[in-house]
Ligand binder design. Structure first.
Ligand code: ADP
Ligand code: ASP
Ligand code: MG
Length: 605
């Protein structure tokens, strides 16, 4: 007999008939001899309806009252599902998050789970009852007993956390698609089902726009080794397994707030090639990285950002023994990259740095905690280390620095994050699974992004730390952080531009805060562009596989889509493109990696 946690999303419980169908499915599980804890979402789009009501009354509703309101949606479903089970002769009892004892931080609308009491649920299970729990909600115990919610889409997180706390045999997420697909079938009709995906890949996809799973749910599954499956509510197909490595034993206390960083990694075999003043038009990155791939050179980090006068800087890192060949490719291309609108700008300029190192912090606990990256930047600043390139992913932040600073950087990071450093070049030695994994497993589109650019940031250690601390104090997460490669003198001070992306809903806040700090910190204007989209590809198999980036850039170039920003991590490549071209970009990239198939996935309304 197994203990199974099942979670049913909004569409799956959207009508009375669907709730009755869910009850049938739950009863089958019990009839097969298992115990079941069932987590449910609010019916259909009713949470959206509640949000709308709040905004009809207030343009900035109080966050405590918002939680009081939104938590009601799930409470409707638990009662109805329990009644439906009882109608089938199956004993069942509904419980709110507070009744279970899902204890969270007091941080309204985005609370993290601290602990879960299992005693009451176990008592009911032992009585042969199905326990039906309201997803997405908890209770704080800091001051008063405050009702909290976990953030939109948070029922997945409730389910996996309950499975971890109960040491359940399996957590099944039932939804309106047959499992995890190569991309969103609502945007790309020929998206295909995958039978399994690694938790690292799913973490990236989830945070880059694939809302089929809440990223924090994947994080908990990874940390506690929860067996996680995503399946259709309407069929008996096996769905998709999310595969996690065997976790280190960890306490259930502080469930979602344990040590955020597991390892400090470093790689001293890096050098950097920059192309400065590249014209800002489609096809440039495709051409450069196409040539690099022809030479079979494995590129690690790539960044590109708009600098000034419609020209871009592109920078990438390669191993030191590949540098000469990479530099030769860049030099050969540069004369062709004349700025067509502004001939005076001359041709692109190539700059190389031979002795670079990369230091990274890694760990699933940094998801949605912008303070972790900010702490890395502060730590490096205090150690007097200047950051040349930054690459962020959901589970890793990497900084390219001067090779001579590497030892100092590692020592400071290990101390700050209470970890020992890992062997060199850990990321370049793929494990067994990664050797057979396809270079790209899936693609995602995020239309709810904005791009911010801060002009003329003084080029000295500590500026990145200041900027990202300011944002993280307001819980604003930042992605795709890119500093221009060129320095520009402003009033005799060397400055660089910094660009990054944030969630659309945080854009105005971020701009206002940075603008207010700009004068005091000697920074220039803070520009925001909300009409952007981020298209990304993810796959552990892209480690050590030259040409993946080139293929993505080429797919976009063929559609004449201009790439505004590029950022990569070991297992993902993201490009910012104009919002109006986001859907076309996703479709082109999905097709270019051969992810399309013949099966048509129909998503019920
Ligand atoms: P639920 O209400 O069950 O939690 P969600 O709407 O939150 O369901 O998530 C399921 C939806 O996620 C699908 O209907 C699909 O449109 C979307 N989606 C986005 N990316 C993917 C993907 N890679 N695989 C499957 N579904 C995806
Ligand atoms: N009902 C909540 C939402 O719509 C939580 C969830 O469905 O996961 O965001
Ligand atoms: Mg969901």
């Amino acid at each position: 007999m197994a203990l199974i946690v099942q979670k049913y999303g909004g569409t799956s419980v959207g009508t009375v008939e669907r709730i009755q169908a869910v009850a049938q499915r739950v009863k089958q599980t019990v009839d097969a001899g298992h115990s079941a804890v069932v987590v449910v979402s609010a019916m259909g789009k009713s949470t959206d309806g509640l949000v709308k009501l709040a905004y009809d009354i207030s343009s900035s509703p109080d966050r405590r009252e918002m939680d009081m309101l939104l938590s009601t949606g799930e409470q409707v479903t638990i009662a109805l599902l329990s009644m439906a089970l009882q109608e089938l002769g199956q004993p069942a009892i509904s419980m709110t998050g507070a009744q279970v004892g899902i204890v969270t931080e007091a941080d309204h609308t985005r609370a993290r789970i601290l602990s879960i009491e299992t005693e009451r649920m176990e008592r009911y299970l032992n009585q042969g009852k199905v326990v039906v729990v309201a997803g997405f909600q908890g209770i704080s115990n800091e001051h008063d007993l405050e009702i909290t919610t976990l953030g939109r889409g948070g029922s997945d997180t409730s389910a996996v956390a309950l499975a971890a706390a109960l040491r359940a045999d399996c957590c099944e997420i039932y939804t309106d698609v047959p499992g995890i697909l190569t991309t969103d079938p609502r945007i790309v009709a020929d998206a295909q089902l995958m039978s399994e995906i690694t938790s690292d890949e799913m973490l990236e996809l989830a945070s880059l726009g694939a809302k089929v799973l809440h990223p924090r749910a994947v994080e908990i599954a990874r940390n506690y080794g929860v067996m996680l499956v995503v399946r259709s509510s309407w069929s008996d197909e096996p769905g998709t397994r999310v595969v996690s490595p065997i976790p280190k034993p960890r306490s259930l206390e502080g469930l979602e707030i344990a040590l955020p960083v597991d390892a400090v990694e470093f790689d001293t075999d890096q050098s950097k090639v920059s192309l400065l003043r590249v014209p800002d038009r489609p096809g440039i990155a495709a051409r450069l990285f196409g040539e690099i791939a022809q030479q079979d050179l494995d590129v690690d980090l790539i960044i590109q950002s708009i600098h000034e006068a419609n020209t871009n800087d592109i920078a990438f890192t390669v191993t030191q023994n590949s540098l000469n060949r990479a530099e030769a490719v860049a030099e050969a291309i540069a004369p062709a990259l004349r700025h067509d609108l502004d001939p005076a700008a001359g041709e692109a300029e190539v700059m190389v740095e031979r002795q670079m190192a990369k230091v990274s912090i890694a760990g699933a606990g940094m998801i949605g905690r912008p303070g972790v990256a900010a702490r890395m930047f502060s730590t490096l600043a205090h150690a007097g280390v200047n950051i040349q390139m930054i690459s962020t992913s959901e589970v890793k932040v990497s900084c390219a620095i001067d090779a001579e600073d590497c030892d100092r950087a590692i020592a400071a990071l290990c101390q700050a994050f209470e970890v020992v450093s890992s062997p060199m070049r850990s990321d370049r030695q793929p494990g067994q699974a990664e050797q057979t994994a396809p270079p790209v497993r899936g693609a995602a589109l995020d239309l709810k992004q904005a791009r911010l650019a801060i002009r003329s940031v003084p080029d000295r250690p500590g500026m990145a730390a200041r900027i990202f601390n300011l944002l993280s104090d307001r819980s604003i997460s930042v992605d795709m952080i890119i500093q221009s490669q060129r320095c520009r003198l402003v009033n005799g001070i060397a400055t660089r531009d910094i660009a990054f992306t944030v969630a659309l809903m945080d854009a105005d806040d971020a701009q206002a805060m940075l603008q207010a700090a700009a004068k005091e910190w000697g920074m220039g204007e803070v520009a925001v562009d909300k009409a952007v989209a981020k298209v990304s590809v993810v796959g552990t198999g892209m480690v050590n596989c030259p040409g993946v980036a080139a293929r993505m850039f080429d797919a976009l170039a063929q559609q004449h889509i201009n790439i505004q920003m590029i950022a990569t991590s070991e297992i993902k490549i993201s490009c910012v493109v104009p919002e109006a071209e986001g859907v076309q970009a996703l479709q082109a990239v999905h097709a270019a990696f051969g992810l399309s198939g013949n099966e048509r996935i129909v998503v019920p309304a």
